[in-house]
Design a protein around this ligand. Sequence first.
Ligand SMILES: [Zn+2]
Length: 324
Amino acid sequence: MLTKLKIRYILAFVIAAIATITPIAIGQNWMPAEAQNSPKTISLQSAGLQLQEVAQGTYALIASTDFPPTSPDVAIANGGIVIGSDSVLVIDPFQSTDLAGLMISTVKSLTDKPIKYVLNTHYHFDHTGGNVAFVSQNIPVFGRGVIREYIQSGRGDTGKVTPPTVIINSQTDIWLGDRQVRIDRVDGHSAGTDLVAYVPDAKVLFTGDMVFNQRIPYTADSDLRQWQGSLYRLIAVYPEAKVVPGHGNVTDVTGLQAQQAYFNWLERQALEWKSQILTKEQVLEKFAKVPDAYKDFKFKAIYPLNLESAYEQFTRSEIIPLIP
Ligand SMILES: [Zn+2]
């Protein structure tokens, strides 16, 4: 009995230690910067960002840097700018105050219209760390579900992030003068805080991290079956959309399908591990190498997390797989 208890205690300790170390290791070098006394001037180039007009008045700031970045002022996530007839929506103001400043100066270079709203596609700090620059100007920042609670509790290294000021829990239309943007719920990436934004007149869909284009997806908070389900729905609802992913280049329905195919592959792998009765440790050791099919993907540093998530969620699940 005592030995059993001891083993349990040691196991609990090891799990707690891994849980503590993992976000720290992942967060290294790209933590949201402390509020700085003298904001630095950074350029799109130094931030690793490229401005692209995806459709008329609809822009993406595309981050090309690998993970983890060398400095907090190099963006790893994409941002979005939607310009309506009288105002502007900003999507995901990056991970630092300086990068948010760069977002604001980029908007000013495109239009005189004011920024009316900011959207956080989910709570992760590479998308929310710049919120403070907008909240301090009384610009409403939208987020979903328990996003404030997550950020206030510092989940996923968001301890220094300013939370959104408006919570959206169902499909919501906002208007930038005569331009409509539809904000919709999706699930699976970030434990109940995922939102997408669609601009109907331009057929542009900002997916947040539902899509990692040519990148290994971050799955530490994931529910992979929900994620797959949401991808099926986005493909069905927006078959003609231009897709601005959370990470990686602008794509279209093929980017949604590629993300779906990646998870289907991961699920098939996991069911194979299950049939071979492998332990998680064996899987992490045996399959540590990123397969050739994904050798050109960025964010390879988070591949072990994918194995872990797949193991936890698929090999231990009783649910019938979604694989077609
Ligand atoms: Zn992200």
